[in-house]
Design a protein around this ligand. Structure first.
Ligand SMILES: [Cu+2]
Length: 123
């Protein structure tokens, strides 16, 4: 009996833990128009350094470099997609939840690399 109760409790907790993940996956599965933004990276800034997007939008950032390799990474947004391909990087993500997110360059690209930062605002 105790085993059965423990099993039910475990299954219940696992199921509750899966609900937010299932909701997030369901959002990603819908087809939305992609909003594309272009960002130019060069020593030692991003242009624009503030990007405003609508919450719920599917966003594609196309980052190009005017000089050396850079890598734009947005804290809290799809960190697994922080990759660099030559001198162009494409980041695609669902703009959710609303808030202000910092982004920065993750490649040490010169003396003032630390200044390469900006803000993504999901409105
Ligand atoms: Cu850099």
């Amino acid at each position: 009996m105790a085993r059965a109760i423990l099993l039910l409790l475990t299954l219940g907790l696992f199921g509750a833990a899966c609900i937010p993940l299932a909701a997030k996956t369901a959002n990603l599965g819908t087809s939305r128009p992609v909003r594309e933004y272009r960002v130019e990276a060069k020593q030692f800034s991003f242009a624009p350094n503030e990007i405003r997007v609508q919450s719920g939008a599917q966003v594609r950032l196309i980052v190009t470099s005017a000089d050396v390799d850079h890598r734009l990474a947005i804290t809290g947004i799809n960190p697994e997609r922080e990759t660099v391909q030559g001198r162009q990087q494409t980041l695609e993500f669902l703009a959710w939840p609303p808030g202000t997110y910092a982004f920065q360059c993750k490649v040490v690209c010169g003396m003032n690399h630390e200044q390469m930062a900006g803000t993504l605002v999901i409105e």
